[in-house]
Design a protein. Structure first.
Lengths: 309, 309
């Protein structure tokens, strides 16, 4: 028989599902992690039973899971009104298309909220990281892929699907940058020009290894600044966070700030931007913990528990 | 003494404030207009007393105004938590900077909701026009200026301010289109390339007068398609409505559909887009009535009356 919940508080089952690993945790709604595991992202046949075993053992020790929050790689159906909510859609990842989180978590009898990894990271940063106090916060990852989550008043925004900011088209001067782009759909969209794989394909090394090359930094910074300016004009967030592996290149966030400011050219006048973009365009505050923190916040939404912070 | 409200329903004072004229109406929450007037947009000193006189006479005849909804030209502060909510900010329009709708409407003692003209039109189209049934709807006007409003679940979205979609930067091939653009801030942003004044400045005539020139239609259609694709990727609406004077040019909406489809290139797969964009990218359903219909809906929000439709 499971032990009573810690202090009587309901417990959250949180999952950060990434392309290479799953992090699963049992946590309090305030974010205290009571148990945690790491499972390699192989196929649902290996990964899902391991998840079920972890949560079964964790609730045996700490008390029953009251709600699940999942922040997952995609593409995945995150529309709660859809009959296929929580199902991987057109992912090229072998075995995952059609897999559904409800298949493994449903047997626990707790409500489940599923969102994208980047929405989860945005929610985590909003709750406990660099986005605290923001009414509208945009979190963008520039890494293997490029994606943006937007949280407004503590909920992630979506329309008919999650956003796909990686596929916007920045102006591309082929004299300056003859690289044709690596996106199989669009060639030189943002992801095709500025993702980690695009950078490797163009220069044979990572941006980090090119850090002394200010022209390379400014080229990539300019593409990212195009997204930053577009997010300002089409979402008007209180703050933009840029994370992911590419953003770790020294000098890049400074270049993004400088070029975003040049692109907007003073048109958007607001106290949050007017003093310079040092506090408007920032890097993540939580590092590798944003995803699991966001998954806990999603679990809290499933409970309709008031979010801490 | 004012007459009793019609059927006991609360009455809405609605104002569509445009750059050349104000439309003011007293209406039921269902949108039936009981009295209506048109006031030239001169200065607040002439315009505001005329508004006050109209509503005083209208409520004498039909019953008291229970709430006001205002859909206005801008820039205007639409943040309800701001101390300057409802105040014109940096508008170059002589006399209007610092004018505030609460100064004229406050004496009626009814709650006031102020939003932008394009958000109002979006709300109107959502309620009774081409956006009925959409959960997320984007309405863009391409006219003297370019702007987009987005309504989600019956409320217009905003961040620290209203959106400024007219100032996004489409790719600009200067070999194909040597026109430098007319935006005083950005030169060749969307408004600088595709607004009515930009078209007049480039070709000395309106796009309507150039309707036989398919290269001109496709050039402007391509710039607008850049916004359409960006809205899909960053907002994922159920539908995009494009209105305003420029959109009346024959063949333009078809060109926007065709080029948006080419830009997205099948990446966003969803039933609303997969069958072609004929029902996804459309022109307004209400014509000139979108603005005042939206202002009535804003008044309903001020009342917290459930919106019809």
């Amino acid at each position: 028989m499971p032990a009573a919940p810690l202090n009587g508080a309901p417990l959250i089952g949180a999952i950060e599902a990434g392309g290479t690993k799953f992090i699963a945790a049992l946590a309090t709604p305030e974010g205290e992690i009571l148990a945690r595991t790491r499972i390699p992202t192989q196929t649902p046949e290996t990964c899902f039973p391991a998840l079920a075993d972890f949560f079964a053992a964790a609730q045996e020790e700490h008390g029953p899971v009251a709600a699940f929050g999942v922040a997952s790689f995609g593409p995945i159906d995150i529309d709660p009104t859809s009959p296929t909510y929580g199902t991987f859609t057109t992912t090229p990842k072998p075995g995952w298309q059609g897999a559904r989180f409800h298949d493994v978590l449903g047997s626990f009898g707790a409500p489940i909220v599923v969102d994208t990894d980047v929405n989860g990271a945005c929610l985590g940063e909003w709750m406990k990281g660099a986005g605290q106090g923001c009414r509208t916060l945009a979190y963008t990852t520039i890494g293997t892929g490029v994606g943006t989550g937007v949280v407004s008043h503590g909920r992630s925004l979506m329309g008919i699907s999650h956003f796909e900011s990686g596929h916007i088209l920045p102006p591309h001067d082929r004299t300056l940058d003859p690289f044709a782009g690596s996106c199989p759909y669009h060639g030189d969209c943002l992801e095709g020009l500025a993702s980690g794989p695009a950078i490797e394909k163009r220069w044979g090394k990572s941006l980090d290894q090119l850090a002394g090359d200010s022209a390379a930094i400014d080229l990539i910074g300019g593409y990212i600044a195009h997204l930053a300016a577009s997010l300002v004009l089409l979402q008007m967030p209180d703050r933009l966070i840029f994370g992911g592996g590419v953003m770790k290149a020294p000098g890049l966030v400074e270049s993004v700030r400088r070029q975003t400011e040049a692109k907007l050219n003073g048109y958007v006048s607001h106290p949050r931007l007017d003093a310079g973009l040092e506090t408007y365009i920032v890097t993540p505050g939580l590092g590798d913990d944003a995803g699991i923190t966001g998954a806990i916040a999603l679990g809290c939404q499933a409970l309709d528990v008031a979010l801490p912070g």
